[in-house]
Design a protein around this ligand. Structure first.
Ligand code: FAD
Length: 302
């Protein structure tokens, strides 16, 4: 574990970010002190930090659906270390370390409104350079970070910190059911790809993906490509029936996922060998988790 760099007092924007940068620092410092011996084995340095901001430049912006983009950001330099030349950044043994399912926080720059942050989840993307990451971002009408992101293009400098959320993939489960809503697919897709790419993985993975309409099926091509793995299938549930064209082997229902459907899927599986991962807004997570209580399965929410 690296010694955490103290944030500037001014890095706290007093807008109730979760987690607050000052609280994260205190927690990291506590862990660092408790694990000082680990430093002897320190290898490389993470170019993104939980306690200070790092500048990443946007190097690609790809339209994904009508209202979403894939943004690729590459490490540029630490925020506020103006003495460091950007060309020096590869002299250090830097890595970009995060686990599938973890998220970063993006902060608006000095001159932009008041400071505030929003969470975004890095997802796998082919041919990423070692110090870059990809995020799928849906832009909302009237959303304040969405307004900032509309102006982000190739070359823009952006401020990030992270990674946050501790989740470890457990390959001992026989079945994993993923239940995602909208952009909640991002962490589950990152975990899915990690599991599918692990030759040792013998877990069968099922995804139930809830979307408003066919235009809101994010990562549709990518998920379809994953059907080539023996241990993955998925079903999409649409709230709006808009006459979507369904591809061979693609299952898209023109109705919402309900309690009965999840129960029936889990009914022939042993509770102890099944884990359910859920990601969506609070209401969605609450609804799905409540339905699972009586089934006594292991549930993780994102
Ligand atoms: C841990 C975590 C990880 C996340 N990862 C991603 C990600 O990878 N990609 C991504 O696009 N988003 C992700 N989000 C959501 C993201 O952080 C923002 O909430 C989103 O981009 C909207 O921010 P905004 O400032 O533009 O909208 P705001 O100004 O916060 O909201 C404006 C309006 O937009 C609508 N809105 C905002 N967020 C949502 C939502 N999630 N669902 C439905 N309506 C909404 C509401 O109508 C709201 O009133 C994640 C959130 C969390 C907590």
């Amino acid at each position: 574990m690296e010694e955490p760099t103290p944030p500037d007092e001014s890095d706290c924007c007093n807008s109730g970010c979760n987690p607050c940068i000052l609280d994260v620092y205190e927690e990291q410092l506590r862990k660092y002190k408790a694990n000082k011996a680990d430093l002897l084995h320190k290898k490389g340095k993470n170019c993104i930090s939980q306690t200070t901001y790092t500048i990443f430049k946007c190097i690609e912006r790809i339209r994904h659906t009508d209202n979403s983009y894939l943004f690729i950001f590459e490490y540029y330099k630490p925020y506020r270390e103006s003495t460091m030349d950007s060309n020096d950044r590869f002299n250090e043994d830097l890595h970009l370390n995060y686990k599938p399912g973890q998220h970063f926080l993006l902060r608006t720059p000095e001159k932009y409104y008041e400071h505030f942050t929003r969470a975004y989840t890095p997802i796998p993307f082919d041919n990423l350079t070692p110090l870059s990451f990809c995020v799928l971002i849906k832009l909302y009408e009237g959303g304040i970070m969405s307004r900032y992101l509309r102006n982000i293009d190739v070359g823009s400098e952006t401020l990030w910190r992270g990674p946050y959320y501790d989740f470890d993939i457990d390959y001992t489960y026989k079945f994993v059911l993923m239940v995602a809503q909208g952009t909640g697919i991002a962490p589950l897709y990152a975990i899915l790809k990690e599991m599918l790419n692990n030759d040792e993985c013998e877990t069968f993975i099922k995804l139930f993906y809830c979307c408003r309409s066919s235009n809101d099926i994010f990562l549709r091509e990518e998920l379809y490509g994953c059907l080539s793995y023996w241990n993955f299938t998925y079903e999409v549930f649409l709230s709006v029936n808009d006459g979507v064209n369904v591809k061979y082997n693609e299952i898209i229902h023109d109705y919402k996922l309900d309690k009965g459907y999840i129960k029936s899927y889990l009914s022939d599986k042993s509770n102890r060998s099944t884990r359910v991962l859920i990601c969506g807004n609070d209401l969605f997570i609450k609804g799905v988790s409540e339905d699972l209580v009586e089934l006594n399965v292991s549930v993780c929410t994102f």
